[in-house]
Design a binder for this molecule. Structure first.
Ligand code: CU
Length: 156
């Protein structure tokens, strides 16, 4: 009886530690994003445009400067819908907002992916790059990535 109880407690503690570790790993996005966004020099914002199509991001490589505010215009010029999935990149930037010039804007602490509707969908991502590194952006729909919907985002 005592043995069973001990094993149960050990398992529970281990599970608790794994769970706590998981939560900590999830929080590795830029937690002071609002402060970084507030301090950034938006008058000197740079605009970068990426055209999304079958099966391509054009340009497929962006080199961004840490601390420089950007507006990234994502325009779907293709016939199908596409994703702009870059979870590690989104954890390396301070997001100000995502704006659809037609429908409104979303202010959120961080993002995982953006979905671009077919037929001329556009989303503008306002952000400040923070963590230097090289990140992947892909479209996980069907075989789009294998066909070429893949790009590199570099923060330096
Ligand atoms: Cu796609």
């Amino acid at each position: 009886m005592l043995k069973t109880l001990t094993i149960t407690v050990v398992l529970a503690v281990t599970a608790g530690l794994i769970f706590a570790g998981g939560i900590h790993a999830e929080a590795d996005y830029i937690t002071n994003a609002q402060e970084i966004v507030k301090k950034a020099d938006w008058k000197n914002m740079k605009t970068v445009t990426v055209k999304i199509s079958e099966y391509d991001y054009q340009p497929d490589e962006l080199v961004l400067k840490a601390g420089q505010p950007y507006k990234l215009e994502l325009i779907n010029v293709g016939k199908k819908k596409h994703y702009y999935t870059a979870p590690k990149f989104f954890k390396a930037i301070a997001t100000r907002k995502v704006q659809s010039n037609k429908d409104g804007e979303v202010k959120a602490p961080y993002l995982l992916a953006l979905e671009m509707m077919a037929g001329g969908g556009q989303l503008d991502l306002y952000f400040v790059p923070v963590k230097k590194g090289k990140y992947r952006v892909t479209c996980p729909i069907d075989d789009h990535r294998e066909q070429g919907s893949e790009g590199t985002l570099i923060i330096e």
